[in-house]
Design a protein. Structure first.
Length: 255
């Protein structure tokens, strides 16, 4: 085994593959050190948590490894992977995360405009809106299909299409290329949701899409049923990562 290299989740390493030896192993450790809070912000709790923890094999591996710090922060893990796999994208446009996930799931290229999507619960607070992701909603297949059918019918004339993979991921296909940058839902905790809305020349189009979807889902019968059983509603859809493939091959991508 060659020397290992460890890079923190929030580090983007442009051209990193060219910087390390061909026989090196690169490990990406999401959340290994969370400088924004949690254990890193509480040394006593950190020491208590790690006390008595034996990781002899990992320690041996680290002894022959090299830490790669000091790079610009990435918005999320997928953006980091795009950088590591040298998947390029024009400035002011998302990396092709949606297409990459679609190829990984279906084994073929998606339509030209493909966003990753996720059903969410948007909870209004006193000062801001909180985003609760799909994993916290326990949405079953029949509920997901009913919501997607309603979205597809409503947005059909505007050229939007929807699909759901066997993994449970949602995908949204657009009719035209959009110059926007978006954020993945996993970066929403602790952030102002307003700051994470799409940006760019075509952002108003996506804002209108998200607002219409929210109004449609708010009154959907699926949410009436969920409310009757004490479950959180699905009152929004979050889309991100719709950059074009531009002829790039993503065979190295796997999740």
């Amino acid at each position: 085994m060659g020397r290992g290299a460890i890079v923190a989740h929030k580090s983007v390493v442009p051209g990193l593959i060219k910087c390390i030896a061909p026989n090196a192993m690169l490990i990406v450790a999401p959340g290994l050190i969370d400088s924004s809070g949690g254990l890193a912000a509480n040394p006593e709790l950190l020491n208590e948590t790690l006390s008595g923890l034996e990781l002899s094999g990992f320690e041996d591996f680290l002894s022959g490894s090299e830490w790669l710090p000091g790079f610009a922060p990435a918005a999320n893990l997928e953006v980091l992977l795009c950088a590591l796999l040298q998947v390029g994208h024009p400035q002011g446009v998302d990396p092709p995360i949606g297409p990459a996930l679609y190829i990984d799931e279906f084994g073929r290229e998606p339509p030209p405009i493909c966003f990753a999507a996720e059903p969410v619960f948007l909870e209004a607070g006193l000062r801001d809106v909180s985003l609760h992701r799909a994993a916290a909603l326990a949405l079953d297949e029949s509920e997901a299909n009913a919501l997607l059918e309603a979205l597809a019918e409503h947005f059909h004339e505007d050229g939007w299409e929807f699909c759901r993979g066997s993994s449970g991921r949602w995908y949204v296909f657009g009719a035209s290329d959009l110059k926007v940058t978006t954020h993945a839902p996993m970066v929403a905790p602790g952030q102002r949701l307003e700051d994470l809305l799409p940006k760019g020349p075509d952002a108003p189009l996506l804002h209108r899409f998200l607002n219409e979807a929210q109004m449609l889902l708010h009154n959907h019968p699926v949410n009436d049923g969920r409310a009757a059983t004490g479950q959180r509603p699905v009152n929004g859809i979050w889309i991100w990562g719709g950059g074009p493939l531009a002829g790039q091959h993503l065979s190295a991508w796997s999740t």
